[in-house]
Design a protein around this ligand. Sequence first.
Ligand code: NAD
Ligand code: TYD
Length: 350
Amino acid sequence: MKKIIITGGAGFIGSHVVRRFVTRYPDVHVYNLDALTYAGNLENLKDIDHLPNYTFLKENITDVSRMQVLISEIQPDGLIHLAAESHVDRSIADPMAFVKTNVIGTVNLLNACRDAWKDRYHETLFYHISTDEVYGTLGDTGLFTETTPYDPNSPYSASKAASDHFVRAYGETYGLRYIVTNCSNNYGPFQFPEKLIPLFINNIIHKKPLPVYGDGLYTRDWLYVIDHAIAIDLVYHHGKNHETYNIGGFNEWKNIDLVRLLCKLMDKKLGRPEGTSENLITFVKDRPGHDRRYAIDASKIKRELGWEPSVTFEQGLSETIDWYLNNTEWLQNVTSGTYQRYYEDMYKNR
Ligand code: NAD
Ligand code: TYD
C-alpha cells in the first residue's frame, strides 16, 4: 500500500486535502501529522476519521528526533507539507513562532525525509505548499509568475520564503525530489475566523463591527479552498520534479468591494434589511507593512496540468456563508475561550 504524510492536515486547507486523498485514494494510506495548535481542529475531519486508510499523528514538526523516527518508520512515498503558522497579523505580534514552525520545522522535515529516503529519492516526493505572499506586493498592474523574484514584506511571508528556499536547496544539494506551489488567498469552510472572510462572517452574524484596515483598497486574488485541494492533488500526481507552479483564482477583489458583497449576501440570507451589515463597516488603523496587491498568473498550471478554478467567486462565497450559517456549533467552539483574548489583543489598538 502506498503511504503519504500530510502535515497540517487538521488546519483549514490541510483538512480539505486530507479528505480528498482519503476518499479518492482508498489504496493509499494517509497519515495526518499535526500538532493541533489553535488553528488545528480534528472536528474538521470527523466525517472521514473512521476510514481504514486514515491515521492521525499528533506531532510537532519542530521535534527533531520524532520526525526522524516517524518518517524513517513510516517510509512514506510522499509528503505534502502544509503545517505552518499562517496568519500575517500574528506574525507581526510574534515573529519567532513563525521562524520556529515555518523555517526550522520545514528544515527539520527536510532532514528527516532526506535521511529516510536516501536509497529511493527517485520514487519519493517532498511537496511544499507555499503562498503568493513570498513575491511581495504589486502595483496597479502586473501578475506574479513563477519567476517573479522573492520580496517578502511580513514576518509570515519572510518565513515562508525562507522555507521555499530550503526546499529548493535540498533538491539541488541532496537530490531530494520536490515541488513547490505558491497559491493566492483561500476561502471556504473550516477557515479559522481570524482571516478576513470567516472573521467578517462571524462578526456579521453577531452584529459586531467589521474592521477594514486602512483605506480598504488593498487587493487580493481569492480561490475557493476545494479548488486548491484539487490543484494539490493534480500537482502531487502529475507535477514535474523541481518545478514551481503558481495557483490562483483569476479573481481579484479590493477588500472593501468584497466586504460589501459579503454584507449584501448575508443580509439576504439572514433576512435582514439590505444595508444592515454595511453599517457595521469600520475603517481601522492599517496593518504595518500591508501589501497593496496580490495577483497570480496561473497560466502554467492551466497549460501544463489542465487545472483551473471550478467555481465562480459568487458561488464559492455563497456556499461558504451557508456552511458557516449551518455550522454555528463549529464556529462557537473555535471562538470561545482563547479566541476572545486573541480578538481583544489584536483589535484593541486599531
Ligand atoms: P491553518 O493555520 O489553518 O492550519 C495550519 C495547520 O498546521 C494547523 O492544523 C496547525 O495545527 C498545524 N501546525 C502549526 N504548527 C505546527 C507544528 N509546529 N507542527 C505540526 N503542525 C503544526 O493554515 P492554512 O490556511 O490551512 O494554510 C496551510 C498552508 O497553506 C500553510 O503552509 C500556508 O502558508 C499555505 N497557504 C495558505 C493560504 C491561505 O489563504 N490560507 C494561501 C496560500 C498558502
Ligand atoms: P487576511 O485574510 O489576513 O489574509 P492575507 O493578509 O494573508 O492576505 O487578510 C486579507 C485582506 O484583508 C488583507 O488585505 C488584510 C485585510 N483585513 C482587514 O481589512 N481586516 C481584518 O480584520 C483582517 C483580518 C484582514
